[in-house]
Ligand binder design. Structure first.
Ligand SMILES: C[S@@+](CC[C@H](N)C(=O)[O-])C[C@H]1O[C@@H](n2cnc3c(N)ncnc32)[C@H](O)[C@@H]1O
Length: 278
């Protein structure tokens, strides 16, 4: 089997189970061959050896059964950085880059800010910010020891080892109360949401996804408690669901944040709310 045949075979096999069959086939094959997509295009007649072919077919079969591509390759790109991923936390999503963009746009590298990324998961947000603002003081927390281990591995790979990782159930073990920015992409899906039965989320831990009956439990908790850990005029910045715009704005208002801003992701959905500790 050569590269072209391998891609055709997999995109055919995956056409019913994946919305991005050819892309999935390419990512899996670049992973097996340790090359980039340009190589696949340039050398379609290169033969896979027996070991490569059987490994590839095994991954295609797992993908057919629903496993996320990122779990099969162990990697996902976020903010143009490669992150190790596994099934202990969320696979970083492109919409979360909206939060990183907002921070870099708004806060210049002239200031030395103290930032806390809560529910850091793979460390995606904290590491992306640290890679752009190496002089900032960055903390990242999660209640999952496995997620923290993964985040520390990613931090080492991206040489952002100045990030301090803390195991904490939200604010329970956070001892500083002078953050300039608290940022989080918390769980925000309602426990009965039918999307939980579809796509990659079926393979991600429920503790990274679900926040009670309405999906608002963790957002409400963060809104209520973050002010005690922020400096005056410090910012709370949260990602949320595309359909939670009004509820989250109300939650920020109720908890007396001011200067509330809501930002859309690249698909035009409002996915981020920020407010200042007045
Ligand atoms: C939606 S994922 C976000 C992961 C990562 N920040 C990202 O954007 O890709 C939510 C994260 O919050 C963590 N988490 C859930 N409940 C938590 C709690 N009570 N305290 C701390 N972290 C929590 C989960 O372990 C998970 O890593």
């Amino acid at each position: 089997m050569n590269i072209q045949q391998a891609l055709q075979l997999a995109s055919h096999k995956l056409s019913d189970s994946s919305p991005s069959a050819m892309l999935d086939a390419q990512v899996l094959l670049t992973h097996i061959l340790q090359c980039n997509t340009a190589h696949l295009m340039a050398w379609p007649e290169t033969e896979l050896d027996e070991r490569q072919a059987s490994h590839y077919l095994m991954l295609v079969q797992q993908r057919q059964q629903g496993s996320p591509v990122a779990h099969l390759t162990g990697q996902r790109e976020f903010w143009s950085l490669d992150f190790f991923v596994n099934d202990c936390t969320l696979i970083p999503r492109p919409e979360t880059e909206t939060l990183v963009d907002f921070i870099l746009d708004r806060f210049s590298d002239k200031q030395n800010l103290k930032v806390l990324d809560m529910g850091t998961g793979t460390g995606a947000i904290a590491i992306a910010i640290a890679s752009e603002r190496p002089d900032w003081t960055i903390f990242a927390s999660d209640f999952s020891p496995e997620a923290l281990e993964l985040a520390m591995k990613n931090s080492k790979a991206h040489q952002t080892e100045s990030i301090t990782f803390i195991r904490s159930d939200w604010f329970e073990d956070i001892t500083s109360s002078d953050f300039d920015i608290i940022i989080s992409n918390p769980p925000y899906i309602a426990d009965s949401d039918p999307h939980l039965q579809e796509g990659d989320v079926r393979f991600e831990p429920r503790s990274a996804l679900i926040a009670g009956k309405t999906g608002m439990d963790d957002i409400m908790h963060l809104c209520l408690h973050a002010r005690a850990f922020l400096k005056k005029n410090g910012w709370l910045i949260l990602e949320h669901g595309y359909n939670q715009k009004q509820q989250v704005a109300d939650c920020f208002t109720l908890n007396r944040y001011d200067g509330i801003k809501q930002v859309q992701d690249l698909s035009g959905h409002t996915r981020m709310t920020a407010g200042r500790n007045a």
